[in-house]
Design a protein around this ligand. Structure first.
Ligand SMILES: NC(=O)c1ccc[n+]([C@@H]2O[C@H](COP(=O)([O-])OP(=O)(O)OC[C@H]3O[C@@H](n4cnc5c(N)ncnc54)[C@H](OP(=O)(O)O)[C@@H]3O)[C@@H](O)[C@H]2O)c1
Length: 304
């Protein structure tokens, strides 16, 4: 089968077509015929070779965590899905391919008539937001949450999941993204430029800015007894309680995906498409080039 990967680290140009064997179907997995996948900043970091120490992988490396497709075969112990079901799935790697095998605990059935473009990118960002807000922090309605990077993939999910919980939500992003962040449902919008001079504080301040920029600005807005959460490594000395939150293998994907799709079906969750590219090497290269640029809000996706 065809996949898109690389045999050396570098720019988007390192992507090539790689022919691999169809993934093996184990008893608790399903084989998915991929309709498309979404990109995340991690994919570009992997391609640049930034994870060579913490996650050494043999070449060729085929990235990809967020996938949508149709189940083509099911393992002997899988009883909750059928061949023909359309699902979104969460992988550790390998979604840039024609087929992928995933555990039945890493997928969720997409309701009929759902546009696949609209849900393909929900998995990584949604699972991160779900596990942070609802599992780790056990967010309560009476809490105020300030999200830096509210226009981003993770930030958009954080805003909407916190609103669904009933919390008061302040969104911080570039002024050009004010309208987008406001229509996600924030109670207040603050531009990144205005944050340092805005006195507003929050019980939980979450930095979801790409690359973890603007850490110092966010720290100043943590209320007494509050907490600062960063999605990227954090090394600023502070008396404020901090948490570095990064995806973990023990994340509970299944309840997260069910929760996300349910909110989507209720029209309470959206994740727009920033740009859509063809399921070709050139499409993947162009998608990765855009991934590393400041792009308009939403996911970059590659669809058949
Ligand atoms: N995607 C995931 O599932 C995941 C999981 C765990 C951790 N993370 C980490 O969390 C961070 C956010 O991830 P994401 O997927 O939400 O990223 P994203 O959508 O690409 O970016 C989030 C926001 O960062 C802001 N930004 C500020 N400076 C930027 C720059 N130079 N280039 C691009 N964006 C910039 C942008 O907001 P404005 O334009 O409005 O300023 C953008 O909307 C990343 O560092 C990522 O590695 C991501």
């Amino acid at each position: 089968m065809q996949s898109f990967g690389f045999n050396r680290f570098g720019t988007a140009a390192v992507f090539e077509s790689i022919i691999q064997p169809t993934p093996e179907l184990t008893p608790r997995r399903v084989l998915i015929k991929v309709a498309g996948f979404a990109l995340n900043p991690y994919d570009a970091a992997l391609r640049r070779g930034e994870h060579v120490q913490d996650r050494p992988l043999p070449f060729p490396i085929v990235p990809g965590t967020d996938v949508v497709g149709t189940i083509a075969a099911i393992g002997a112990q899988v009883t909750d899905y059928q061949v023909g079901d359309v699902v979104i799935g969460h992988s550790y790697l390998g979604a840039y391919a024609e087929k992928i095998a995933l555990s039945h605990n890493k997928i969720a059935k997409v309701p009929a008539d759902t546009p696949l473009d609209a849900v393909v990118g929900l998995t990584s960002v949604g699972i991160t937001a779900y596990n942070l807000l609802l599992v780790k922090l056990q967010l309560r309605a009476e809490q105020t949450v300030l999200v830096q990077g509210a226009s981003g993939g993770v930030g958009s999910m954080l805003v909407q999941l916190a609103k669904a919980r009933g919390s008061h939500v302040i969104g911080v992003a570039s002024a050009t993204n004010a309208a987008y962040v406001r229509q996600l449902g924030v109670d207040q919008f603050i531009s990144t430029a205005a944050l340092p001079t805005t006195p507003q504080t929050a019980d939980i301040v979450i930095n979801a800015v790409n690359g973890g920029r603007e850490q110092t600005a966010g720290l100043a807005h943590v209320a007494k007894n509050g907490r600062y959460v960063s999605l990227m490594p954090f090394s600023i000395a502070t008396s404020v309680p901090t948490l570095v939150f990064q995806p973990e293998k023990q994340f509970r994907d299944r309840p997260a995906l069910a929760y996300l799709l349910n909110l989507y079906a209720q029209h309470r969750l959206q994740l727009p498409v920033a740009a859509k590219f063809a399921f070709t090497v050139a499409g993947v290269q162009a998608a990765h080039t855009l991934l590393e640029q400041r792009h308009r809000p939403g996911k970059i996706i590659v669809m058949k």
